[in-house]
Design a protein around this ligand. Structure first.
Ligand code: ANZ
Ligand code: ZN
Length: 862
């Protein structure tokens, strides 16, 4: 058609807006549950509606969007939903600080972020938008809770919890970092409360064993999960008390050191410790002191080892009834209540913690392993290596550690003194939060009946709107008309559970709800879930490597057990993207300065006329003042330039550095593409003439086709490997070749259309707005993302001819185009046709020819 006329200046503002509106109006990104096409589910971790999108979001969602758009063009029915992880502390903190109701805070923020996501050109299916704080969502979550409760997977127990004194909230162990609350930074205390738990440990073995089948997950994430679940194989051994009738059970992974045992130790939270405390004031004081401190498992390792003698002794299991071999039992702070049996035997010669403790309390240090590299002084430090030869160990003497370990475990089992066992580090998931802005746990406490589930017909248990944040603590506790209810069983006065669920619960099944987001009756219909699940490509931050991903894997199993669905794993492929960073600047007063406010005076960076310190390239964060707003970037450069930039140069899994030059360069490239089309559109063959491929092509045309088809192959390959930066680099190679081309013959004009159309299709997932516009400009009338993805014709990748230099006596005198398959005689004949070469031959006889294939032909003449 060669639509004549100029495209004019590229007005990204109006053009981007136009396409965003048309996409929205047409509903073209809505996933069809009943489509004939194969389903493909692509999901980016949904955001917490914190306020505005940050550049990390922009990068994450652009990456996901590229995949969604490609998959549509590959011919899949793509599910690409978006929603809001809408419960959680910040909304409540905003309520406390600024008096904004959490609901308003949440919905206002989500609206802003939704506008930004649309402004980025993301192809989300907004008809599936969910808010986890909406009763239409959490009603099903409450039902799931009740089903988990019935299946024994949700239970309540009194337990020590991590209490954040500042946020007035219980924290999960993983929310305690180095003994401090992950959000507040306050030193965490210990408290005993009745808490709700999910029995994730029931699935510990399965969660661990199935990790190896997650072939499309990064190894780093899998390793973190393996370590988090943390399996240890060892043996449980019984030690008889000298004074009491019963036995002390310990767990060890080093049973071969048993002859080196010099004492036993129990956790201050072991039930025996409580018993002893009743009649022993010193022990009681020790335990109370211990309880004040945080519970986080890690803390036990960094704290100074401390303990107190319990007054009790146990017999050594291998010397029963021998009082001279009895071992004192200590209560020690480094023994964790919730690991193994909460009790250990100590072999100070071979364990650092035991060693430190033995030194401090003057306990025996008995070496039982001789290091392979000779003698050592065991009074100096412990020998913890596992290679060596057994000594001082009766029937184990002379064995290697490995041999001794097997032998002693067999011996203990045969004599009914122990039982091999594997223990997991993973603990049950404490989900109770003493917070308002979460999903209420649908339980009622009745004095007569105990815990009574809220009847299903009464779901959802809705959060009351009229709450006050003036009193510290959980507003639900102070809301009497909400809290006071009648028992569903006996109708007497009862109390609602006022704990709400950890927000990780909300995000443990949202990907299932997205398959059937409006279902009013069920959490989701199994047929729809079977169609879409598992998520084919999940994209998100590495910070979720453990918790969110593990909880989701657990939830999928729990739901399967409760008959909701038959999915084994929720996420087939996982991609974790890197962070977005930006240079940070500091004034000499130590204040962070926004890079925007930096002026260069005589080449030196300065702020307010004073020089500043150029800091490192750091993760964009408010605290470092180095945040670039998504809205700002969109306003200046537009969505396509922004998308292009966050995809370019850096592999997506690596940290990305934002620079002003970088985004400006991308905007320039967008303009170059525009200009390239402007220049070439008048020369392309019409759509009609494009239907028939010319029978022959000029060499120049063949060259361009090769570049274009090679680009298709390269990009297919890059996308398969999630190498989005390479994808962009290949686009640039391709446009460089098209830019330089000029078409004079009909076949060249045909190839030019092929090149432009192919290029813009390939580019469209990255820069959808300009692509959509140019797609129309070359004469198409459907959305570009409904066009088929370009197909690489392999036969075009091979060069059909080459350009060879022709030398006469070693001096280059001409160049010839030679078909690749030519014989030497044919090459020689072609070389002698070149006018300049003929001139230098002067009719002299050629005595010899030297050919460097596809490069040089040298004619040696008399
Ligand atoms: C005797 C022994 C001798 C141990 C020796 C180690 C070295 P992992 O590998 O991490 O599973 N242990 C058992 N339960 C414990 C608890 N609740 N709190 C603190 N420590 C506990 O560690 C297993 C080892 O940690 C066990 O093996 C036990 O000490 C200790 F030379 O038993 B061992
Ligand atoms: Zn009752």
């Amino acid at each position: 058609m060669a639509r004549s006329g100029m495209l004019g200046k590229y007005e990204f503002r109006s053009i981007e807006k136009k396409w965003q509106e048309r996409w929205m109006q047409s509903g073209c990104f809505r996933a069809n549950d009943f489509s004939e096409k194969s389903p493909f589910y692509i999901l980016e971790m949904f955001p917490y509606p914190s306020g505005t999108l940050h550049m990390g979001h922009a990068r994450n969602y652009t990456q996901g969007d590229v995949y969604a758009r490609c998959r549509r063009m590959f011919g899949y029915e793509v599910l690409h939903p978006m929603g809001w992880d809408a419960c959680g502390l910040p909304a409540e903190n905003a309520a406390i600080k600024n008096g904004i109701h959490p609901r308003k805070f949440t919905y206002d923020n989500a609206a802003i972020m939704k506008r930004q996501l649309i402004g980025l050109g993301c192809s989300h299916d907004w008809s599936r938008e969910v808010f986890t704080c909406d009763p239409s969502y959490y009603k099903h979550q409450q039902k799931i809770f009740l089903d988990l409760y019935r299946a024994g997977l949700a239970y309540q127990k009194e337990s020590f919890v991590n209490w954040d004194p500042e946020d007035m909230c219980v924290l999960a162990n993983e929310q305690v970092i180095d003994g401090r609350g992950w959000r507040s930074g306050a030193i965490v205390e210990k408290r005993s409360l009745k808490q709700w738990f999910f029995r994730i440990t029931d699935f510990a073995k399965d969660l661990l064993e199935k990790i190896e089948f997650l072939r499309k997950w990064p190894d780093s994430v899998k390793t973190m999960q393996i370590n988090w679940i943390g399996i240890s194989s060892g043996i449980r051994i019984s030690f008889k008390f000298v004074e009491l009738g019963d036995e002390l059970e310990i767990f060890t992974t080093r049973p071969e050191t048993l002859f080196g045992a010099s004492f036993c130790a129990i956790s201050p939270d072991h039930k025996l410790a409580d018993k002893i405390a009743k009649s022993n004031a010193d022990v009681n004081e020790f335990i109370q002191g211990h309880r004040k401190k945080g519970t986080a498992a890690k803390l036990a390792d960094i704290e100074e080892k401390k303990g107190i003698f319990s007054g009790l002794y146990v017999f050594h299991p291998l010397y029963p009834e021998d009082e001279s071999k009895k071992l004192p039992v200590y209560i020690a702070n480094f023994v964790l209540a919730e690991y193994g049996t909460g009790a250990i035997f100590a072999a100070p010669a071979h364990d650092e913690r035991d060693f430190e403790f033995a030194k401090k309390y003057g306990l025996k240090i008995l070496p039982v392993i001789r290091p392979l590299d000779g003698e050592r002084d065991f009074n100096d430090r412990a020998y913890t290596d596992e290679d060596g030869i057994m000594i001082n160990s009766s029937f184990l003497d002379g064995d290697t550690v490995a041999e001794a370990r097997l032998k002693i475990m067999d011996h203990l089992e045969v004599n009914a003194l122990g039982l091999r066992e594997s223990v997991f580090r993973l603990r049950d998931w404490g989900i109770s939060r003493q917070r308002y802005w979460g999903v209420p746990i649908p339980m009622i406490h009745c004095e007569k009946c105990g815990i009574v589930p809220v009847p299903e017909k009464d779901l959802p248990v809705q959060l009351p709107d009229d709450v006050s944040f003036d009193i510290p603590g959980n507003p639900l506790d102070h809301h009497l008309s909400w809290k006071n209810v009648k028992c569903p069983k006996c109708s007497s006065d009862a109390l609602r559970e006022t704990d709400t669920m950890d927000t990780f619960v909300d995000s443990s099944w949202y990907f299932l709800r997205f398959c059937d987001p409006q279902n009013p009756v069920e959490a989701f219909c199994e047929k729809k879930v079977n169609r879409w699940m598992p998520v084919d490509q999940y994209i998100g931050g590495i910070e979720h490597a453990i918790l969110h991903l593990l909880y989701s894997r657990f939830f999928t199993r729990a739901l399967k057990k409760c008959g909701y669905c038959d999915i084994d794993e929720p996420f087939d492929a996982l991609f974790t993207q890197g962070m977005v960073c930006h240079r940070a600047y500091k004034s000499f007063d130590g204040e962070w300065v926004n890079p925007k406010d930096i002026k260069y005076v005589d080449g030196m960076p300065s702020f307010n006329g004073k020089p500043v310190v150029v800091g490192g390239v750091e993760k964009m964060s408010k605290s470092k003042c180095n945040v670039i707003g998504v809205d700002d970037a969109l306003a200046v450069y537009g969505a396509d330039a922004l998308r292009l930039f966050v995809l370019s140069d850096t592999p997506p899994e690596k940290d990305f550095e934002w620079t002003d030059e970088g985004i400006a360069g991308c905007w320039k490239y967008i303009c170059r593409i525009w200009a390239m089309f402007e220049k070439h559109i008048p020369s392309v063959v019409s759509k009609k003439d494009y239907k028939t491929e010319p029978a022959a092509f000029s060499n120049k045309a063949v060259d361009l086709r090769r570049v274009v088809h090679k680009t298709v192959a390269n990009i297919d390959n890059a996308l398969q490997n999630f190498a989005l930066n390479k994808y962009i680099a290949h686009l640039r190679e391709c446009s460089n070749a098209i830019e330089m081309f000029d078409a004079s013959t009909e076949d060249e004009r045909w190839v030019l259309r092929e090149a432009l159309e192919t290029f813009i299709c390939l580019a469209s997932p990255a820069i959808p707005h300009i692509s959509e516009e140019l797609w129309r400009a070359v004469g198409n009338d459907q959305f570009i993302h409904s066009a088929p993805w370009p197909f690489c014709r392999k036969e075009l990748l091979q060069k059909s001819y080459c350009v060879m230099a022709v030398q006469v006596n070693g001096k280059t005198r001409g160049v010839v185009e030679v078909p690749i398959e030519s014989s030497e005689a044919q090459i020689l004949a072609l070389a002698q046709l070149d006018k300049n070469v003929v001139k230098f031959l002067h009719g002299r006889r050629i005595v010899r020819t030297i050919i460097v294939p596809q490069k040089v032909i040298n004619l040696i003449v008399e």
